[in-house]
Design a protein around this ligand. Structure first.
Ligand code: NAD
Length: 482
């Protein structure tokens, strides 16, 4: 077996202890790895570097393409950027893979048969971080869902299912409300699911889907979902399986991949030989599969299952009557290392076939639809005392042209003009839609001229959103109540 270089960050808080423990176990099981240590996190922040990352870090990752990362502390305060988010996005780590498995009866859980994997889109959605305060009252966060991003993550989920002998992929979205963004994710899911007839597929609206997952997780296998839902639900899944302290995660990209525990740096437990290294170790098991050493992954995983079965537990999962021995981080690592070569006796043994590393194509559909500009949503800050939509609408109506006519005014998405309801609460933020009556293409100059008239009439526009048809299909949603 050739030695594989990996980049390692020992992290903050409990990080150094659980990383030392995990590397000790991996090496005891024969991992052929060459460790390049990098400094990221608290120390670097405290030196005045707000990114928490040294340039040498990127050089190392470009060389090794594999990053094994202990948890990092992001200092409180607006001046510091999260290294996790920077790393995921800078390196294009588009797929976040989080298995959640119950280890009944050895680890306390209400769900004895749970064994699911959450595959979370890792780069887009509300996590694009594009936020603005637009008026005195209104703040916005842009939700960006892209076709390439959705295709890559959904295809990864089906390839993961195939490589790991899983039978079903479930998609959660909220496309009954967000018909364009979540609607795209769902549509791409249906398109790609059709290319995998050997794997069952289903879609749930995220609210009822999440409720079902929390109630009967054994009915789920692989779940693929956009970033925010995935972030929330993967912690729920890990916790109901037994403990967030037991779950590892992989962040997979085309150029590099990162392996970690899902929990944080637990600073209050640091330096006391208390922390459970299992989450980081299981992240390491995924890394061994990824770098082509599945037999090491199998030995480590089975030694760990055997140790859990023997009741050798750290404080966080220790239960009187179930656990046999409460141990610290180092003793737990020694126990797992001593079990290398043994199989679990009750829990199902882990088995990693040679071909288990997932190889998903990241080729995406190239889309050059015919785009026709047919209108504009002009967003206004308007704080006239009565906030009467009829006064605003009547004034704006006169500012339209033959090419672009006022079709409606909405407040927080609800149509308030024409024919609004007097009971509706209105803020100081108004969306005023001007549309081409025949939905025929208009030049951009029509919009510029319209904005000139709006400004001339004393209104303050705070942003515009162009309205397009794509191959004859509207690229914008209706107003609620329209
Ligand atoms: P946390 O996950 O660090 O801790 C939550 C709780 O779980 C604590 O009670 C802690 O004692 C316990 N816990 C967590 N991991 C444990 C383990 N391995 N063994 C035993 N007990 C464990 O979450 P937090 O307290 O919200 O965050 C602390 C810091 O970690 C913050 O700076 C946060 O930004 C950072 N964080 C980092 C990552 C990461 O690097 N991936 C993820 C989450 C949070």
């Amino acid at each position: 077996m050739t030695t594989v270089p990996i980049t390692v960050a020992y992290g903050d808080g409990i990080g150094p202890e659980i990383m030392a423990a995990s590397l000790h176990i991996l090496q005891a099981a024969g991992a052929q790895i060459d460790i390049e240590e990098v400094q990221v996190g608290e120390k670097i922040y405290l030196q005045g570097n707000t990114s928490g990352i040294e340039p040498a870090f990127w050089e190392s990752i470009r060389r090794t393409r594999v990053f094994y990362k202990a948890p990092l502390t992001t200092p409180q305060g607006t001046g510091f950027k999260s290294i996790n988010v920077t790393t995921r996005k800078s390196l294009g780590l588009y797929a976040n893979v989080r298995p959640s498995v119950s280890y009944h009866p050895f680890i306390d859980t209400k769900h004895e048969k749970m064994n699911l994997v959450i595959i979370r889109e890792n780069e887009e959605d509300l996590y694009a971080g594009i936020e603005h305060r637009q008026t005195n009252e209104v703040y916005q966060c842009l939700k960006l869902i892209t076709r390439p991003g959705s295709e890559k993550i959904v295809r990864y989920a089906f390839e993961y299912a195939r490589a790991n002998n899983r039978k079903k992929v479930t998609c959660f979205t909220k496309d009954n409300i967000m018909k364009l963004t979540d609607g795209l994710f769902h549509k791409v899911f249906d398109e790609i699911a059709a290319q995998y007839p050997d794997i069952e597929n289903e879609h749930w609206i995220v609210d009822i889907g999440a409720a079902k997952m929390a109630d009967t997780p054994e009915n789920f296998d692989v779940i693929v979902l956009p970033n925010l839902y995935g972030d929330v639900l993967s912690d729920v899944a890990a916790q109901i399986a037994g403990s967030v302290g037991l779950a590892g995660s992989a962040n997979i990209g085309e150029h590099a991949s990162m392996f970690e525990a899902i929990h944080g740096s637990a600073p209050r437990r640091a330096g006391q030989n208390l922390a459970n290294p299992s989450g980081l170790l299981l992240g390491g098991v995924m890394m061994m599969v990824h770098i082509g050493q599945p037999e090491v992954a199998e030995r480590v995983h089975n030694a760990w299952l055997r140790t859990v079965e023997e009741g050798t537990h750290t404080y966080d999962v220790y239960r009187e009557g179930v656990s046999k021995k409460k141990v610290g981080t180092r003793e737990f690592a020694e126990a797992v290392a001593a079990n290398v070569g043994k199989l679990p006796q009750t829990l199902p043994a882990a088995s990693y076939a040679k071909d288990r590393a997932v190889s998903a194509s990241t080729a995406v559909t190239v889309n050059h639809a015919q785009r026709d500009l047919v209108g504009v949503d002009v967003f206004l800050y308007w704080d006239e005392a009565a906030r009467n939509p009829n006064i605003l609408g009547d004034a704006l109506r006169g500012l339209g042209s033959e090419a672009l006519k006022l079709s409606m005014v909405t407040n927080r998405g609800l149509k308030v003009y024409p024919d609004g309801m007097p009971e509706t609460f209105c803020t100081d933020h108004w969306r005023c839609r001007f549309l081409s009556p025949g939905k025929v293409a208009v030049p951009h100059s029509e919009i510029v001229n319209l904005l000139g008239r709006v400004m001339g009439a004393g209104f303050e526009f705070i942003k515009t959103e162009n309205l397009y048809y794509f191959d004859g299909e509207a690229g914008f949603s209706l107003g609620q109540g329209e």
